[in-house]
Ligand binder design. Sequence first.
Ligand SMILES: *Cc1c(COP(=O)(O)O)cnc(C)c1O
Length: 523
Amino acid sequence: MSMNTQGRQTAPEVVTVSEHKTISGNKGLAQAEKLIFEIGTPRRTGVDLPALKGVKSRLGGRLGGMERTEEIGLPGLSEPETMRHYVRLSQKNYAIDLGVYPLGSCTMKHNPRLNEKMARLPGFADVHPLQPRGTVQGALAVMGELSDWLLKLTGMPAVALSPKAGAHGELCGMMAIRAALDAKGADHKRRVLVPESAHGTNPATAVQCGFTIDAIPATDCGRVDMDALKTKLGDDKENSDVAGIMLTNPNTCGLFESDIIEIAELIHGAGGYFYCDGANFTALVGRVRPGDLGIDAMHLNLHKTFSTPHGGGGPGSGPTVLSEALAPFAPVPYVEKHNGKWKLVEDVNGTDSFGRMTAFHGQMGMFVRALSYMLSHGADGLKQATEDAVLNANYVQARLSEDMSPAFGGICMHEALFNDDFLKGTGVETLDFAKAMIDEGYHPMTMYFPLVVHGAMLIEPTESESKAELDRFIDMMKGLAKRAKAGEVDFFKAAPIYAPMRRLDETKAARNPVLRWRKQPSP
Ligand SMILES: *Cc1c(COP(=O)(O)O)cnc(C)c1O
């Protein structure tokens, strides 16, 4: 064993263990954990209350016959048992705070702790959405200032803050487009063009809004096929049934759509609107303003571009910016300043607003975090974050291209896309490669997306990673690629060996999910 001068082991010894099962089910200090219902019993409780005296709730009495007649069935645990249960569960999460999280398209960047501190200030954390306006001027000012930043960064005239995720922002933008078409009586315009590389939420959103989808193929360079687009638009622009396009830029192949201005002109020429999926805005902030590209609506994922946490599926936040043409149809509420006082506009009477998307204002905690991120970076810092994110992705792409196969030539934006050509003939597939990454202690990259690339591996390092961290990741990936090419197919098919769960039946889990615990009948 080699040691450094501090007596710490430097190079881990490579040990090969045949599969070894522990008696406890624990692995090292990682503990197996059952469901809370399986460890709890209704006879145990973490609190000690005196028995109720003199309260008789007869059937049909004060609860109007709604009294519980059976045990409530909650799991009973003592305080230390409860604590251990949740701490053990929390340790099963892989997180951006633990290591590189290279999921492409998802932009998993560091969430600065300053943002958390700001969001926890009682003046933000403890306000209630129904509080009188006079008592929440600060919170409304945060919404106003965040709106200003988003409008400046995008070069757009209006923003709806209330959508609660990227997909919800898409719904907001497409509902505004639908309302604008309806206002013109253009009910023949129901076809939405969507590139084949689009995120699944794009076509799903358009269909929700009553549109049909027409897919545009990609060229060999991974961008919109302009000839195909022109054919889809047809010659009779006057009577075109095209409602608009939903395009991602940079697209999900990590490439800038270089014909974007011409695309906007063509769509507008046919009387349609341009929805841009802004999930990849992290590659543009401070460098490109979507408003200059002819975009009519675009959502921003605060939980991607502006570092607010993704959480366990939420809460996200998907503010949507709108062009002059769509602004009148924006949803309520939004904030306005009159005579030095902030006010929340909620009334739709006498306006063209399509209505309301959420009960209240949106994700206040995310607004505070995103604004804190913007203010602490400043305009120059945001621009540098963008440039670093693009530089990091290109560094990964350049070094990995020696052993893996990039899907397209040339420089990428904020994410590097590979196909599975380098695995041809090895018997190893993208999925096996990803499982081997887990054994190496890395969360796999995005796999099999975008669909236009065979066996896709989409890697987004973001600006959070240092060169040293990137090099460790790259060396690991190159090592795996070499093992695959050296014919070690059994090694890959067995992976992951070190994970608490090995290969799961992912198809069955997706098709037949078991989402609810049911009490086993007692023996
Ligand atoms: C993440 C993402 C979305 C959806 O955003 P959510 O916040 O997950 O709803 C849409 N499009 C693209 C390209 C994305 O990466």
